[in-house]
Every structure is written in C-alpha cells, then in structure tokens.
Design a protein around this ligand. Sequence first.
Ligand code: HEM
Length: 405
Amino acid sequence: LGRVGLVGAGGIAGGVTGALVEHATGPDGPGSLERQRARAVAAVRPAGPHQPGIAGPPAAHLVFTAYDLTGDAAVTPAQTRTALRDLLTAWTRTAATVMAGEQPADGGQRTLGLAPSALTVTFGLGASALTRAGLTNRIPPQLAPIPAFPHDQLDPARRDGDLAVQICAEDPMVAASAARTLDVLARRYASPRWRQHGFRQSAAASAEPTGTPRNLMGQFDGTNNPAADTAVFDLAVWADTTAPAWMTGGSYLVARRIRMLLDRWDLLTVDAQEKVIGRRKSDGAPLSGGGEHTDPDFLARTADDSPVIPANSHVRLSHPQFNNGVRMLRRGYSYQDGLDADGDPDAGLFFLAYQADPRTAFTAVQRKLDRLDALSAFVRHTGSALFAVPPAAPAGGHVGQQLLE
Ligand code: HEM
C-alpha cells in the first residue's frame, strides 16, 4: 500500500475528521484500513464551548448508560447537589484523561497499551436529577417530558435516568473500558439504570471516506442531517436563548430504543421498502430522482398521478419542509441484543438525536410519524429518555458547573 497520512495520538486538535488520510494511495484506493487505523490511534482533544461526541463524526462503537443517583446522594437536595458536583468533577477529569489515551488514576490499567481510538465521552442530566437536587426552578422548559405516543411499547427498565453517559470509540474494548472506569467512579453516588451498546458501519466497510452509513434495514441513514459547522447545524442543535444560561453551548438529547421488525421488513420487495422511506436503497437518492444529496421533489407525480414520494413515506413526514423548517442531528447506532423468547432478532436502531428544543423537533415529528409513517408497521419503540447535555466544562472545572455552582 502507498503513502498514508497517518497522524499519531495527540496530533489533532479539536476533533478527528475524514481529512486525516486524504493522501492515502495504493491498490485499495483512498480509505479502507489505513483510514481506520488513523482514526484508531487519534485522540479527540475537545476544544470550544461544546462537549465532544455531538458535532464530530460518530465513532464505530457506542456504550450508552443511564444512571440513577443512589444512597446518600439522594437523601436531601443539598446532599444530592454535593454528590452531583463530586461525581461530575471526577467524571469530567477522568473523561479528559481517557480521551487523551492516558491511564485513569483508579489503577485499573484497563486500556494499557491501547490507542485512544477517537474516544469521546459526553455527559447528560435528566430532569429527575434537577428535581432531586432541589433545582426544579432551573429545569429548562425544553426538558418537558416526552409524551406517550399511541404506538409506544416502552419497557420501564429502559426508560429515563438521572444522568447519562454517551461513550463512543472506534474500538469496542476502549469504549467498554471507559464505561467500566466511569462506573467505578460513580459507585458512591449512582448506579447504572440501563445500558445500551451500539455500533455503526466502521471505516473498514466504507469505500467513501465520509459516506453515509447504512442501518440494519439496509438504508443510508443520516443523509439529510445538518452538516457540522454550518449556521443550519448551530440553529438545529445548540440550545437557544430561550434555554437557561447554564445550558448556553449545550444541547438536548433524545434517546429512543427502536426495535426493527426485520423479519417482517425483509418480506417486502426492495421497491416496496423504498416507498416506505421515500428514498432509493441503492444510493439513498430521493424517489423523485438525482443523487443522494439532491433535494427531494415532493411535488413530483407518477404517470397515474400519485405522489412519487408517497404521502406516508418516512422522509416526506420528517422533512423540515413539512415540519416548520425544524431539524435535528440524528446520531444513532444500530444495536443487536441477541434473540427474543420467540427466536426473533432483538435488533434495531438506538436512535440518538441532538436538538435545540425537543418539543418542536423530536416530539413534533414523532407525533406525526407514530400516526402516519409507513415505517411504523416495521418498528417498535421500546425505550425512551431525554437529557440536557450541558456545554463543555469551564477550564479546570466540571460539566454542569454552571448549574451547580
Ligand atoms: C430520515 C430511517 C426513526 C426522523 C431518515 C432516512 C432514513 C431513516 C433511511 C432517510 C435518509 C436520511 O436523511 O437520513 C429511520 C429508521 C428509523 C427512523 C430506520 C427507526 C428505526 C426516526 C425517528 C425520527 C426520525 C423516530 C424522529 C422523530 C428523521 C428525520 C429525517 C429522517 C428528521 C430527515 C428527513 C429529511 O430531512 O429528509 N430516517 N428513521 N427518524 N428521519 Fe428517520
């Protein structure tokens, strides 16, 4: 193989981008294993007002954990505030250490010799944590509970939580070790309530360096996401001026565990599957034509005068054009949790969406999807949670400091 723009650990400030190995050449063309290797060794060095793990490219592996405050940490509001301060201080410090690829101070030596693998750690707070801490008057209106939707089949064991930790890494061992390290630090204050592992198509499986990944139904998923570092992204994702000051630079995260009824889905012809989504499976182009990133033409009609992009298709119902221009950043992961009691795959999408206001973004869109989306017959929402994701920690401080000081 030819020359590769390999960047070692610590060589990148502010994030990891596909631009890393643009110079890769050789019989396999650009990308492939060299690119994966470059991301594997790279450390994400967060900078700026936002936590890592939101705007940057999602790494291939996810460990997502919701925690509940327990024991002494939940006895009185004052104790809860102290516990939150202590825990978030320890978590913030250790997250920075492990993201840099260094060993945490707990002596576990779990990742000795492993590269940082583009590890990111992102912290969130549930409304219940603020209530327990006696901070009810500081709960952002954007954290209003997600309403029940008629087709929800939520498992109480996969809902809500006082705290959330999203861990992403290009290597599953690095992600699991970081999760273990944060669990150990949490012991005195909080215990895991639920945990979801997830995965995305890794660079090893992609011909295109920054191509859209496929989900377990086989579709390109993420095509019309807002692009990072644009005004559209900033408006869609970061808390706006209607949020409390402690959330400036933060975002709101909706997590939904959405099981795919894959056996039922696979009975459809590709043509029928494409009509459910409104995009072609092969290249992600809208059914009205063009390429993956061509705008859908929702006015296009077929020869028999029906809409080319069906009225009940997923993209028509969720497109900003029909949702007051509202967008969200979908940053979900596929999951595969073995088989259920009937031997059917318990697999699907762990949907993660960052947005400025879930009331006008996720909730408004899901209200429509639940009722009208052709995709609803092939999915089942089994878990749900909503978290405020505060801005990055102030220098030398901890995530959530603006709330707790
Ligand atoms: C677009 C799949 C659930 C909101 C898409 C696309 C696919 C897809 C294939 C088209 C490509 C793209 O732009 O990414 C799925 C699957 C789901 C699911 C398989 C469940 C398992 C949801 C949910 C919401 C949502 C729960 C929000 C309530 C959106 C939005 C778009 C989109 C906003 C972009 C529409 C546009 O701007 O064109 N989804 N989706 N999706 N989906 Fe979903």
